[in-house]
Design a protein around this ligand. Structure first.
Ligand SMILES: NC(=O)c1ccc[n+]([C@@H]2O[C@H](COP(=O)([O-])OP(=O)(O)OC[C@H]3O[C@@H](n4cnc5c(N)ncnc54)[C@H](O)[C@@H]3O)[C@@H](O)[C@H]2O)c1
Length: 315
């Protein structure tokens, strides 16, 4: 029986991953763990939940034991833009948190640990088009450095201690449930909240700043599919490139305008532009396709239609 602990469960990805895991494995087999930020009662009423700080190893050990955990999805992280505002916090939470999760997994002989990585592992020395899985990893942000560290630590724990750690390098994730948590691709979510309210949007990236992106249902499918994949077929472990589609702010605005013709956008690039300039424009995800059958369902157009439909219902 799987007993799953989701750490960072009330963030952008966790808010949708927890219900998806509960649907698959049963409500009471998935414990949603948050930190300081308490979600509203409706989120808490959907199943078992707890609160702790992943940088506190003893607290993590107690939670793992309390819920008889065999699988961890470790989502707690300080993302790219938030991390550049507070690099010391990003260093501490991202590196210490991941180390604690891997140590507890080793000590308790957990069955599986899922730790998402990010396209933030790449940097300005990396080829920006069709970026290969195996390439130069010299990121310019504290977040990116911590993600390279997490990937390599995961490899180490797999080869040295046999801990079954797996992870994908997510591109920017677009979703309509929880707001994003301080990343460089957050504009691609924010823009929809303005568009459906018929308000103009000021974008913090330049109109031609193309980045790889993915719709949340594909992100959930990817991480859950990799968690269930036959380990003997995996040549990679913690660093699978993933791709769905790439677009620039101008291309996204045009796709929104096709649905909502009165939509208006202007551009005021800020410090996040410098981060975006070091990230790939498109990703080669052939390893994920070959090793565990990854294939996205959503195109840019399908994502835009679904985002507008879902947010219009809610807002
Ligand atoms: N959202 C994206 O576009 C994206 C893209 C690439 C990779 N990822 C990765 O996916 C994972 C989840 O991302 P997300 O977008 O849901 O992030 P998020 O910022 O929305 O959520 C992260 C959660 O971690 C929690 N947290 C922070 N410090 C903590 C601590 N000390 N102890 C316990 N919890 C703590 C926060 O309360 C927050 O709810 C992260 O590893 C992130 O790097 C996300």
């Amino acid at each position: 029986m799987k007993k799953i602990l989701v750490i960072g469960a009330f963030g952008q990805i966790g808010s949708e991953l927890v219900p998806a895991l509960r649907k698959k494995y049963g409500r009471d087999n998935v414990v949603a763990c948050g930190h300081m930020h308490k979600p509203d009662e409706s989120a808490l009423n959907t199943g078992p939940h707890d609160f702790f700080d992943v940088t506190n190893k003893k607290a993590l050990e107690d939670i793992v034991d309390k819920y008889d955990t065999d699988t961890i999805y470790h989502l707690a992280s300080i993302l790219s833009a938030a991390g550049e505002k507070n690099p010391q916090l990003a260093y501490f939470v991202n590196n210490t948190g991941t180390y604690n999760v891997l140590e507890v997994a080793r000590e308790r002989k957990l069955e599986r640990v899922m730790i998402p990585s990010s396209i933030a592992v790449f940097g300005s020395d990396t080829p920006r088009d069709n970026t290969p899985n195996k390439t130069i990893l010299r990121p310019s942000t504290m977040y990116g450095i911590s993600k390279v560290h997490g990937e390599m630590l995961g490899h180490y724990y797999f080869h040295k201690f046999g801990v079954d750690v797996r992870g994908v390098r997510f591109p920017g994730i677009i979703s309509n449930v929880a707001q994003p948590g301080g990343g460089t691709t957050d504009y691609a979510v924010d823009i929809f909240y303005y568009a459906v309210k018929h308000k103009p949007y000021t974008c913090f990236l330049k109109p031609d700043s193309t980045l790889p992106m993915m719709y949340m249902p594909d992100a959930l499918k990817a991480i859950m599919q990799l968690a269930e994949a036959d380990g003997s077929k995996l040549k990679h472990r913690t660093d699978f490139n993933l791709s769905a589609f790439s677009f620039s702010p101008a291309e996204l605005a045009a796709a929104i305008k096709a649905e909502l013709p009165d939509f208006k956008i202007d551009y005021k690039p800020d410090f996040r532009q410098a981060i975006a300039d070091t990230w790939p424009r498109s990703i080669d995800d052939s390893a994920a396709r070959a090793e565990w059958g990854w294939k996205p369902d959503y195109t840019l157009q399908a994502m835009v239609k679904d985002m507008i439909r879902e947010l219009s219902k809610r807002l």
